[in-house]
Design a protein around this ligand. Sequence first.
Ligand code: NAD
Ligand code: TYD
Length: 352
Amino acid sequence: MTILVTGGAGFIGSNFVLDWLAQSDEPIVNLDVLSYAGNLENLAALDGDARHVFVKGDICDRALVDRLLVEHRPRAIVHFAAESHVDRSIHGPGAFVRTNVEGTFVLLEAARAHWSTLDGDAKARWRFHHVSTDEVYGSLKAEDPPFAETNAYEPNSPYSASKAASDHLVRAWHHTYGLPVVTTNCSNNYGPWHFPEKLIPLMIVNALAGKPLPVYGDGRQIRDWLYVTDHCSAIRAVLERGRVGETYNIGGWNEKANIEIVQTVCALLDRLRPSTDGPYSRLVTHVTDRPGHDRRYAIDARKIERELGWRPAETFETGIAKTVQWYLDHPDWVARVQSGAYREWIGQQYGR
Ligand code: NAD
Ligand code: TYD
């Protein structure tokens, strides 16, 4: 048996591949175009490991996806590949529509063609696992209950709109064609291999470089943070035991304001790598807010707990301490991802 993973060289995908192969001998075919966010260095531990077959390619390439399905006959597709950064989606939404909407459509069509050739147990057990985000539900007010699977979709950014569109396609391919799908909508992840354009790794690498820590607006926006390996274990649970056609919300029960996250990172660095220039919080700089910035996300993760017995293993305190330590231990990885393209993005986004 084999699974096909898309986007397995990105942040969550590479954690998933490493985690999967640490617990199972079931091989992974990893299809990733290696965009700016894809990094094979994350998977260096698997060099020479026959259980990991890496294929550099685009999920929009139907002929390639068809070929991989015929050659490897995976029992499931776990679909991570996406453009994933909200700020980039504001500057250039086209790539988000292409990869997140069109790419998911291509995968669904290829999956449907492949699945229709199967029969018996292989057909019944086959899965398309769509990895999505809590951002499709829009923004919560302070007094609102957290997002349940029954919440209406109200995406506000080009990123969340493109993910919402892909969720709708996945739903329709199940409803109309019977394709055996499961969808997971997860809250903000953090942990190792996180590209330093996102809040937590950006704050760590900027602080260590003595650069400003750019907090959008008042910094009181709230996210529900989940350590990435907990997301991986939730995906495994849903893939194995989730009910076909269902969606499961995944979250860490960790609602935190951005400014609180930044202060926590600063405090950990003060302890682990003190700066002679004083506390890292001196670098906190409030900058112009993100247009259309969602105020609060929070996940009601009771369904996955009730049905599948999944709960996060890490608290925010243990997860953030591991994460900061990981960045301190991997300065070479950080230096290498801060390529020319990365520097261009930082100039475009924060240059103002
Ligand atoms: P990421 O940006 O770090 O990685 C995305 C990966 O997809 C990269 O390796 C990239 O090269 C690849 N990719 C992009 N376009 C592709 C294409 N056309 N064909 C093949 N590969 C392509 O993203 P991430 O943070 O790891 O997120 C993975 C998935 O999880 C996404 O679908 C995202 O929407 C979802 N998600 C992310 C979070 C989060 O906090 N990061 C939370 C919930 C859900
Ligand atoms: P991000 O990591 O981009 O995830 P998302 O927008 O998908 O939730 O941002 C997390 C929060 O941190 C979000 O409210 C925006 C905020 N933020 C900053 O305040 N400064 C920054 O430089 C970045 C990248 C994000």
